[in-house]
Design a protein around this ligand. Structure first.
Ligand code: SF4
Length: 383
């Protein structure tokens, strides 16, 4: 699914953030008008901007316009986009999705071997924050869940808290899920500031990749990260912040997965949720694939042991990014449809599978690399 398109911008000096409409008679002229085909007319005047696929659309006045847009079919009524002066149109919020997230920076203080979105060392925080400040008041108030992702969001500094405050003000009924490496929360001041916001609907998703520092620090390519993250876990727990612990499954984490599960139970029993996550063949992963790849069928026994151990201790456990045909049946109840809809695919084999409805499918990047054991169930699967 496309989230980005572009065309030729005219009369756009600064980024425009607004919801889109195809109704040229809409009374809300703050919106952006989409014209899939046809020419300009008087009814199009007054919108924040007009986006047109036509190369020749001309507006009656010198108004903000992007024409020759490659496609607009991916945009639904009410979706929110940002239009930049170079004609790039990025989708910021999709009304039909439960998986909207704010990408707040591409900077990071770790450099994980399997990062799906490798860090970029450029000052993107002020720009992205200004876009999100415009976006948040436009998001429907009944939005159920909103993600915050990066990079490492806490590198925003005080703007991280400004963003959370704004979310709290504009979307008080929305669950907020923030992905962070947790290292910044080794600072008690930061943790206290966060707890001072009293955001009951906030959950931090924090990864832990080993039961000892050498393993975790190697995987995240940052010396001292394990100690900082562990201190972060304790500070956050002490401040009553809700935590999800995340573990990516690959050939470096699998050998000690059982030990890691026991370490979590012993040392971090307060985490609200433990998510075991299948590898995404994206970002750094293709470059490190020889170090990382292990077929899910081959790691199933280790996963079974870790998941069943934590579940037996009444910890809340899930398996993300997995395919049912690669999982032992007794783990199916832990699997979730977790892959964001815009990058979720099923293979040709899946079309004849009786488990299709129940299975979470694959990342679109799995078209380049996936298990050879994917196979359709051609019999009725148990509920
Ligand atoms: S064949 Fe496809 S739909 Fe069926 S279980 Fe495997 S991955 Fe899922």
């Amino acid at each position: 699914m496309e989230l980005k398109t572009r065309g030729k911008a005219q009369h756009i000096d600064q980024s425009i953030v607004a919801a889109v409409t195809r109704n040229m008679y809409s009374p809300d002229r703050n919106k952006i008008l989409l014209i899939d085909s046809g020419e300009g007319n008087q009814a199009m005047i007054g919108f924040s901007c007009v986006l047109a696929c036509s190369k020749t659309l001309v507006l009656p006045q010198d108004l903000p316009l992007v024409n020759s847009v490659a496609y607009l079919h991916h945009l639904k009524e009410g979706d929110i986009v940002v239009i930049n002066s170079d004609g790039v149109i990025n989708t910021l919020y999709r009304v039909d999705s439960f998986q909207n997230a704010l990408l707040v920076t591409e900077r990071c203080n770790s450099n994980c071997l399997m990062c799906s979105q490798p860090p970029k060392d450029r000052e993107d925080i002020p720009y992205l924050h200004s876009i999100h400040r415009q976006l948040l008041p436009l998001i429907p108030k009944d939005c159920q869940e909103l993600g915050i992702t990066g990079g490492e969001p806490t590198l925003m500094g005080y703007l991280f808290f400004e963003l959370l405050k704004l979310i709290q003000k504009e979307l008080p009924g929305t669950d907020v899920h923030c992905l962070t490496n947790g290292r910044s929360f080794a600072s008690r001041n930061l943790t206290k500031t966060l707890s001072g916001l009293s955001m009951d609907r906030l959950m931090l998703g924090i990864p832990l990749y080993g039961d000892h520092a050498r393993m975790h620090d190697y995987i995240v390519q940052a010396s001292g990260a394990f100690d900082q993250t562990m201190l972060g876990f304790y500070n956050l727990a002490d401040s009553g912040i809700r935590i999800e612990l995340r573990i990516v499954l690959h050939s470096l984490t699998i050998p000690r997965l059982g030990k890691l599960a026991r370490y979590i139970y012993k040392n971090l029993p307060f985490v609200e949720h433990v998510a075991f996550m299948g590898l995404e063949h994206q970002g750094y992963t293709p470059y490190n694939i020889d170090k990382l790849w292990i077929d899910p069928v081959d790691y199933a026994p280790a996963l079974e042991d870790a998941v069943n151990f934590l579940a037996s201790k009444r910890m809340n456990v899930s398996i993300y990014n997995s395919q049912l045909c690669l999982m032992p049946e007794n783990l199916w109840k832990f699997t979730r449809k977790s892959i964001s809809d815009w990058k979720n695919i099923y293979l040709e084999e899946c079309n004849k599978c009786q488990a299709l409805e129940r299975c979470g499918g694959l990342f679109s990047s799995a078209s380049k690399k996936h298990s050879e054991h994917i196979h359709a169930f051609n019999w009725d699967i148990p509920e």
